[in-house]
Structures are given as structure tokens and as C-alpha cells.
Write a protein that binds this ligand. Structure first.
Ligand code: MOS
Length: 672
């Protein structure tokens, strides 16, 4: 299908959070901390308040009232303590954006500064083992005797990889528009991946009952996880609007987004792999070091994909965390799986080179029968089929395994492969379907973050009702609609779609309205290991004189259950793969150890791939039947495309030049 919202989007008619026309709107502009650690001695807003059009100054001098559950980055202006550089410490509210910005500049903030610590190190004295890692996995797992397995191995690979701080950078900046009505009810236009969850969190933060808050998020210009939870702009808009008694709009600049809307934690990952003479693993160990803030423990699940990938008699996975004077890291497309699989799949390639076994064959030999960690059966697992089909399409059999052999003039050419995986789960959701004059209205508080959710859900409803998709209209992006989980964890379509199918079934027996709540259905899901799998192939060209690096081919082959819409699916896969290419070659936010903040805080310095960087990119998928997932038989596809791409590119670079770069991104300086 073509996207049902495609026309309004390309015509500029789709309304985003900051664009709702509201009578009497005013603007808030934040002041950000210039220190990374310490406390605020004094904030003086008198000069700012005397400036033209200024309506209010908010700060911890007179903390705005929040609920007792307000915490972390959302507890705006409650404390004089500064937890990281860039934290919001005050805000000015004025009649125009420019006046608010000028007034914010005139607010005087004095600090008592402490020494900060913002550097992640594998030997940091304050590293600790978190109790769990997101979203609730044990931090550490041990099976068998890893040391014995390594001692018994014919070949051992012991390697450490690092990945930098990465920023999500959705095209639409974080923005919110808050409107209070006469009865103390808040209408919040916010850019968020989940309206029900945002409503609950904002209500908790403000100390209001959930019914007093309505969150509207009809179009979202990307999130990649950074809009998976409410961000400070939403709370600031609500507080400022309450303070001045008028609607308030907050639109973050790109630079502000780098500070307060989350980022992917940097990682240091040590992998130890042992293999016998046939390439069968005798031991597999994956230890990940990562950071969080002093405000909130955010423990990314970096080593968890290793628990499900390969058969081995001995396996240990572990996470170590350090709380630094930094902003809290957060979700970024395939949090955990993406950096974790970069390290594992790079190490598997190193093992293939060390054993002299073809990297595809090595993976096939270590294919498990059941999920290695839990012993649970897979609902479906077609990794081997993806590798084989990819090898065929990519022309893998023509590859000379020896690195550094393929040269065209100045250019060295290499190819690489990596496996990909992402969980395929669902969450409870509600939905209502109403028949009106032969057409159907589907209502669900889902969010379309650019994936084409409206289109996919219309297709699901049409299938369940047995009608043409043109007769179905989907209304979403409003917390007043039936409660739905957020667009995250690649679970959106599976969760909302399940509720829509059940609501359609109910409508068929009920006549004109069908309602569903899948809470009980989801709770009855049998215990199975549910994951999508894929294989990523890359061809790179490396200039031996300049170090210039080009990805000339990317191919992803995925086994992700039933693909609901080919056009939408291709966009998700190709988008994820492109983002993975950015991770491999370009994306990196430096942490400034001297001043404690992030350096590279805009798109001029933080490079993401442009169309010209992407040469030949293809995503294909296998027909996969999996009846154990949900009524559609679908697996999520929003995140798997990024998983494994950076490893495939890195493995191709090694194959091109014969030198292994273990610290992302792989820039020309690291090649020469
Ligand atoms: Mo995604 S990082 O689960 O929004």
C-alpha cells in the first residue's frame, strides 16, 4: 500500500506537535547548566523579567510544584544540584520565541562547581554490577565453565571493541505545546512514541490524576527511541503554561536535543571466544562496560543478544555500569542488540579468520537447537536460511577469503557478513472498531513515528474484516483513544494489530462496534523464544592513499515472520541498515572531559549518512510462517535492520585492508 498519510506529509499539511494553531500562545526557552557537577548558588531573573514581552522566569529559586513521583530529568527546577552539563536549570517565558530566547540569555546563574567525572573506562573504580539490565534481564549469566572451555579450545579470540556516544537525531526536533483548560485539565501536544504512556508519566510528574491529562501526537518526525519517554520540553511547556495562564510552546534546538533527549551509552566490550578444530564454540564470554547518570540508573542490555545466538557448552555474559556526571543515556534504535551484536559479530568474524573457516559456515556450525540461555524452543529461527540466501544473492562464493587481495587502482575492496537479531514480542493493547455506512473507523492510541503505522494497521483491519483497505480509516496519536503501548521495542504493530484483529472479530458478532483488550490474551502467550533473525552483507571500497571509505553494497536478508506490507517493510529495513552504516563509519559524539558536556552537538558535526553515502542497498526477506506470535504472524521490523550492519561493514573493512579497527566509527584516520 501507499502510505495513507503520504500525501499530507509531502504537501506539508501534516501537523506536528509545535504546529497546532493555538490562540494566545507564548514561548518558553530553557537555560542550560554550564557546569557538569555542583550546585546552584543563586539565580537572578530580574533583568530578564524587565525585558520586553517577558512573562515569567522559572527556576529552583521558586521551585514549581510537581508531584511526589517526579524524578530524574523530568523533575525540572526542583533541586539546586547540577547532575550534568546542559541540564535545564531555568527558563524564560515570553510573548515570542525571540523574546524568550533573549530573556533566557539574561538570566544570571551562579554555581559552586565540583570536580566532575564524565569518562567511561573499563577500569573505573566505581563500576558495579546492576541488579538487572533493560527491560528486566539479569545483569550476569553463567553456564558451564568458561575458563575450562577456553583452555580446551584449539583457537581463542580475546578482543575488545568500543562504541562511542551516539545520538538519535530524529528529523523533527523535540517539541511540546501545553494548553490548560478552565477545569485544570492539560492538553499537551507532544512529539512522543506513546500517547498513553506519556499521559501517565506527565500526570505522575505533575501530580495529577491521569484523566486530567491528554497527550496528542498525531504525526512524529522520527524518534528512534528518543521520544520513547517524555522529555523535559513536555514538562517545561506544562509548567510554564500553568505559570503564565496561557498556552506555551517549547521547541528544542538541535543542540539542546543533544543534551536532554537521551543518547546511546558508549560501550567497551570484551569478548573471549574459544573454538575446537571444527570451529565449534567451546566457550563464549561477553562483558560490557557502560555508563549511566547520577540521576537515574539506565542499564543497557548490551550483552543479552549473545545469550540467544550460538550453541556453546560454556557461556558468561555480564554488564558493568558506572554512574557519571553525564545526562542519562536512553533508548536508541535496537538499544542493547545493536552495540552488542556489533561486538559479537565482529568477534565471530575474527574467530572465522583465526580458524580459517568461512564466516557463514562458522555461524552455521554453531547454530543452536534451542535458545542457549533459557533452553526454550524458538517460535521460529531462520538465521541459517538468511545466511544462505544472502550468500547466494551477494555472490559470496566468488569471495577470496584472504584479506587485502582485491584491489582496483588505489581502491581496496572487501566484503563482510554479520548476523542480526531482535526480539519479537507484544504488549497488551486496546482497540475499538466502528462501522459507519459500510466504512470502518479503527481507534487506538498508537503513535506513527514515521513507520507508516496508519497504513499497516488499516491493512490489518481490512484483512480481519475482509474488506478493501480504502474502507478503513485509522485514528491514532491521542491518549483519549483506547490505551495502547508505545511504538518501541519493535512491538507496536504486533501489539496494536492484535487488539485490532480481536476488535474486528468482536464487531463481526456484535454488528456495529467491536472492542478488544488483549491483556489476558498476551498473558497467555506460551513461553517460547521469540526473535527475528537476519544476515547482513557489506561490500566496502577503501582508498589506500586517502583512507576514504565507501560502502558500495549493503544487503540485508531477514526472517521476520509475515511481512504485512512490502513497501513499509523495505523502508524500515533499509532505514535501519543505513543507520547502521552511519554507526560504522560516521556517527560519534565526543564527550568533553574538561567541561563535562558533549562536543559535536549539531548535524554539521555529528554526521549521519546522506543519500549520496548509500550506493546500492537492498533488503529482502524470507517467507516465514510463525503461528505462535500473534494473529498476524508478524515479527517487529523497526530495529532489526540496524543490528549487525556495523559489524558487516567492519568485517568488510578488515577483508579489504587486512587490519582490524575495533573502535567505532571507522574513520579514514584509523585506516591510514
Ligand atoms: Mo525503540 S529504541 O524501542 O524506540
Amino acid at each position: 500500500m501507499n502510505r495513507v498519510e503520504g500525501r499530507v506529509k509531502v504537501a506539508g499539511l501534516a501537523t506536528y506537535a509545535a504546529e497546532y494553531p493555538v490562540e494566545g500562545v507564548t514561548y518558553a526557552y530553557p537555560v542550560q547548566s554550564r557546569i557538569a557537577k555542583g550546585r546552584i548558588r543563586r539565580i537572578d531573573g530580574r533583568d530578564a523579567l524587565a525585558m520586553p514581552g517577558v512573562l515569567a522566569v522559572l527556576s529552583s529559586e521558586d521551585p514549581p510544584r510537581l508531584g511526589p513521583a517526579a524524578e530524574g530529568e523530568l523533575a525540572l527546577f526542583q533541586s539546586r544540584e547540577v547532575a550534568y552539563r546542559g541540564q535545564f536549570v531555568a527558563a524564560a517565558v515570553a510573548d515570542t520565541y525571540e523574546n524568550a530566547r533573549a530573556a533566557a540569555d539574561a538570566i544570571v546563574v551562579e554555581y559552586d562547581q565540583d570536580l566532575h567525572d564524565v569518562a567511561l573506562r573499563a577500569d573505573h573504580p566505581n563500576l558495579y554490577q546492576p541488579e538487572t539490565v533493560n527491560p528486566g534481564f539479569p545483569s550476569d549469566t553463567v553456564k558451564g565453565d568458561v575458563e575450562a572451555g577456553l583452555n580446551a579450545a584449539e583457537t581463542v579470540v580475546d578482543v575488545t571493541y568500543t562504541t562511542p556516544v551516539l545520538h538519535n537525531n530524529p528529523m523533527e526536533p523535540h517539541a511540546a505545546l501545553a494548553v490548560w483548560d478552565g477545569e485544570g485539565r492539560l492538553l499537551l501536544y507532544d512529539t512522543t512514541q506513546g500517547t498513553s504512556s506519556s499521559r501517565d508519566l506527565i500526570a505522575r510528574t505533575l501530580g495529577l490524576p491521569a484523566e486530567q491529562v491528554r497527550v496528542v501526537s498525531r504525526h512524529v518526525g522520527g524518534g528512534f527511541g528518543s521520544k520513547g519517554t517524555s522529555r523535559p520540553q513536555a514538562v517545561l511547556a506544562a509548567l510554564a503554561a500553568r505559570a503564565v495562564g496561557r498556552p506555551v510552546k517549547v521547541v528544542l534546538t538541535r543542540q539542546q536535543m543533544f543534551d536532554v533527549t537521551g543518547y546511546r551509552t558508549p560501550t567497551i566490550q570484551r569478548l573471549r571466544l574459544g573454538a575446537d578444530a571444527d570451529g565449534r564454540l567451546t566457550a563464549l564470554e561477553h562483558v560490557a562496560y557502560e555508563q549511566s547518570s547520577t540521576l537515574v540508573e539506565f542499564a543497557e542490555q548490551t550483552a543479552t543478544p549473545t545469550r540467544i545466538m550460538y550453541a556453546t557448552p560454556a557461556m558468561r555474559t555480564a554488564h558493568r555500569l558506572v554512574r557519571l556526571d553525564v545526562a542519562t543515556p536512553s533508548w536508541m534504535r535496537a538499544p542493547g542488540e545493536c552495540p552488542g551484536m556489533y561486538a559479537l559479530e565482529s568477534a565471530m568474524d575474527e574467530l572465522a579468520c583465526a580458524t580459517g573457516i568461512d564466516p557463514i559456515e562458522l555461524r552455521v556450525r554453531n547454530e543452536p537447537e534451542t535458545e542457549p540461555d533459557s533452553g526454550l524452543p524458538f517460535s521460529s529461527r531462520n538465521l541459517v536460511a538468511c545466511l544462505r540466501e544472502g550468500a547466494r544473492l551477494f555472490g559470496w562464493d566468488r569471495r577470496d577469503p584472504e584479506p587485502g587481495r582485491h584491489r582496483e587502482g588505489e581502491w581496496l575492496i572487501g566484503t563482510g557478513v554479520a548476523a542480526s537479531t531482535y526480539p519479537a514480542k507484544r504488549r497488551p493493547s486496546k482497540a475499538v472498531v466502528t462501522m459507519r455506512e459500510g466504512d470502518f473507523l479503527v481507534q487506538v492510541a498508537a503513535a506513527d513515528i514515521g513507520t507508516g503505522a496508519r497504513t499497516a494497521l488499516a491493512g490489518i483491519a481490512a484483512g480481519a474484516l475482509g474488506v478493501a483497505p480504502e474502507r478503513v480509516r485509522v485514528e491514532l496519536g491521542d491518549s483519549d483513544l483506547p490505551d495502547a503501548p508505545l511504538a518501541g521495542g519493535s512491538m507496536g504493530t504486533a501489539s496494536w494489530g492484535s487488539a485490532i484483529v480481536r476488535a474486528c472479530e468482536h464487531l463481526k458478532v456484535n454488528g456495529s462496534v467491536g472492542r478488544a483488550d488483549t491483556t489476558e490474551e498476551v498473558a497467555r502467550d506460551a513461553e517460547l523464544s521469540r526473535h527475528a533473525f537476519g544476515a547482513q552483507f557489506a561490500e566496502v571500497r577503501v582508498n589506500s592513499v586517502t583512507g576514504e571509505l565507501r560502502v558500495s553494497r549493503l544487503l540485508g536478508v531477514f526472517a521476520a515472520g509475515r511481512i504485512l506490507d512490502a513497501k513499509l517493510a523495505r523502508s524500515q529495513f533499509v532505514g535501519g541498515m543505513t543507520m547502521g552504516m552511519g554507526m560504522a563509519l560516521m556517527e560519534e559524539t565526543y564527550t568533553d572531559e574538561e567541561f563535562g558536556g558533549f562536543l559535536r552537538r549539531d548535524l554539521a558535526q555529528y554526521h549521519v549518512p546522506a543519500c549520496a553515502d548509500v550506493e546500492r542497498i537492498e533488503a529482502v526477506w524470507l517467507e516465514e510462517e510463525d503461528g505462535d506470535l500473534n494473529p498476524m504472524g508478524s515479527k517487529g521490523i523497526g530495529e532489526i535492520g540496524i543490528v549487525g550492519t556495523a559489524a558487516a561493514v567492519g568485517n568488510a573493512v578488515y577483508h579489504a585492508i587486512g587490519h582490524r579497527v575495533r573502535d567505532l566509527p571507522i574513520t579514514p584516520a584509523k585506516i591510514l
